[in-house]
Design a protein around this ligand. Structure first.
Ligand code: NDP
Length: 491
């Protein structure tokens, strides 16, 4: 069994109290590895290490910081194959996905952010002809990064890279059920030569270790991705401390198909985006609003395509959809489906679970037709390969239904009339949108939501602002300061 350690102060260490936690493969319930289970004492050590490192890291030339991020990207690439496999085993992402998306995204993100950081500029402001006015970006200090399990390494790197390039030092806490690739990142950080204490990675339960990071007086800001309920809890802990929280939270994303859509494209987009990563994607479309003229054709082809998805062992290179991350996720999805059926939803696709997958956390692709937009299946995040479809009469009804939801992460509109598509998109109260696409996520484009999906931006040039202060500097070039009392108090 491989031994995993945390990274604190440039050293791979075990928790002070020696705790461990099992990492379970959701495919068959087997033990993947034993991970460290930290406690508050380890958080104190990690924050102390990050605090000691921050002055020197802040003073390090940004080109050198970028060079270290590029080195880290190179080290990750050397270990890609090992990482695909660990990522897949710890949360059930098929190797087809971890090898094509998760692991290649991580070094690409480090490289993108390394270049972006070097190219950033500040403002110069024409406030007064006798003054030179500017903004200067300054690091926040020690930042606490708390991440979920559905894209374990990618989500962590999307925060670690911009935090480091902006001169912050980091305490990262990944999800307890899938911490292994983030712990590997700790080993690679040493190999890449990252100075001790700049990046610290600790693993342990959110309620103890997560909250100890959140409330630690040495941590200047929390950047959190996860469930909306956890996000609210973190915000409530930060409010009395006036500590900023960046938040990427849950979603219940709409997929709007208008009568003039290219049905082939819409079906391909729908099947991929709904069932990629077993629907455990904050951006997955989980509620479909399909216009009446195209409804029957779209629905029958969507169902037929979803019926062909290869579900099974994530380690098999032909598997398109693996299990959910753990058994409770399966029970939660099953409960939503049972309740929807009891409430009158019509089953369009419900594939039987093959006998060999019974002991895993599997949920087969499931499509239901709904008649009430307030039904839980159309309102609540299920985070599983379960989607609800409703027929709508026109674009206005699709917009109304999309906005009638507490979440506001993302949505797509499928139409060959781009003007109409743009008018729809402009009326959606969500943070990320596409026309004739869903789930295109690359380092260059901003990602983030509104309402109970949070308000932060990941990726793109916008992410840098999450990790710095903009200090306003006013330099008076005149002989005396600009005051209303100049004539009264002239010396
Ligand atoms: P959770 O909110 O349960 O956990 C996320 C992280 O928070 C984990 O590291 C967890 O630790 C930690 N945590 C839990 N409780 C606390 C606490 N009280 N204080 C501090 N930290 C805590 O989310 P999941 O891991 O279940 O991830 C799924 C959720 O993430 C979904 O809602 C999904 O929509 C959302 N998500 C949003 C994204 C976006 O960009 N908007 C992207 C990806 C996911 P531990 O694992 O030990 O419990």
């Amino acid at each position: 069994m491989p031994e995993y350690k945390m990274l604190i102060g440039g050293k791979l260490v075990s928790p002070v109290l020696g705790g461990t936690m099992d990492v379970i493969n959701p495919h068959d319930g087997s033990l993947v590895a034993v991970a460290p289970k930290a406690s508050r004492e380890d958080v104190d050590l990690a924050v102390a290490a990050a605090t000691s490192a921050k002055a020197a890291w802040r003073k390090t030339y940004i080109g050198d910081r970028a060079g270290l991020l590029n080195k880290l990207a190179a080290v990750i690439r050397e270990h890609e194959q090992e990482l695909y496999s660990i990522e897949s085993q710890q949360y059930g992402g098929p190797i087809m996905k971890t090898s094509k998306f998760d692991i290649p995204f991580a070094p690409a993100e480090f490289e993108f952010i390394a270049g972006l950081g070097r190219a950033q500029t500040g403002l110069t402001i024409s406030a007064d002809p006798d003054a030179r006015v500017m903004t200067v970006k300054e690091p926040l200090g020690v930042v606490g990064l708390i991440t979920p399990w559905n894209f374990p390494l990618v989500t962590a790197v999307s925060k670690v890279a911009p935090a480091l390039i902006m001169g912050n030092t980091v305490v990262l806490k990944p999800a307890s059920c899938a911490p292994l690739t983030c712990l590997k990142l700790g080993e690679y950080a040493i190999e890449a030569g990252l100075p001790a204490g700049v990046l610290n990675i600790i693993t342990g339960p959110g309620a103890e270790v997560g909250e100890a990071i959140v409330t630690h007086p040495g941590v200047a800001k929390i950047n959190f991705t996860g469930d909306s309920a956890t996000g609210k809890r973190i915000m409530s802990l930060c409010a009395p401390l006036v500590k900023p929280v960046a938040s990427e939270l849950g979603g219940k994303n709409a997929f709007i198909v208008l009568d003039d859509a290219d049905v082939n494209a819409a079906v391909e987009g729908a099947v991929y985006a709904s069932f990629f990563n077993s629907g455990q994607n904050c951006g997955s479309p989980a509620r479909f609003y399909v216009q009446s003229g195209i409804y029957d054709e779209f629905v029958s082809r969507f169902v037929a395509s979803a019926d062909k998805i290869v579900v099974g062992n994530p380690a098999d290179p032909n598997t398109m959809m693996g299990p959910l991350a753990y058994m409770k996720c399966r029970e939660n999805a099953d409960k939503f489906v049972a309740e929807a059926k009891a409430g009158g939803a019509k089953v369009l696709l419900e594939r039987p679970l093959p006998a060999e997958l019974q002991k895993g956390a599997y949920v087969m692709p499931t499509i239901l037709e709904l008649y009430d937009n307030r039904a839980p299946l159309m309102q609540e995040e299920i985070f599983a390969p379960v989607v609800g479809i409703m027929k709508v009469e026109n674009a206005e009804q699709a917009i109304e239904y999309t906005n009638d939801n507490k979440y506001g992460l993302c949505a797509s509109c499928w139409t060959e009339n781009y003007r109409k598509g743009m008018l729809v998109i402009e009326q959606l109260d969500v943070g990320t949108t596409w026309i004739n696409q869903h789930l295109a996520i690359v380092p260059e484009t901003p990602w983030g939501g509104r309402k109970e999906s949070g308000w932060t931006k990941e990726n793109s040039v916008l992410v840098l602002d999450e990790y710095c202060y903009h200090k306003h500097v006013w330099i008076n070039m005149a002989d005396s300061p600009n005051t209303f009392w100049h004539d009264q108090i002239k010396l």
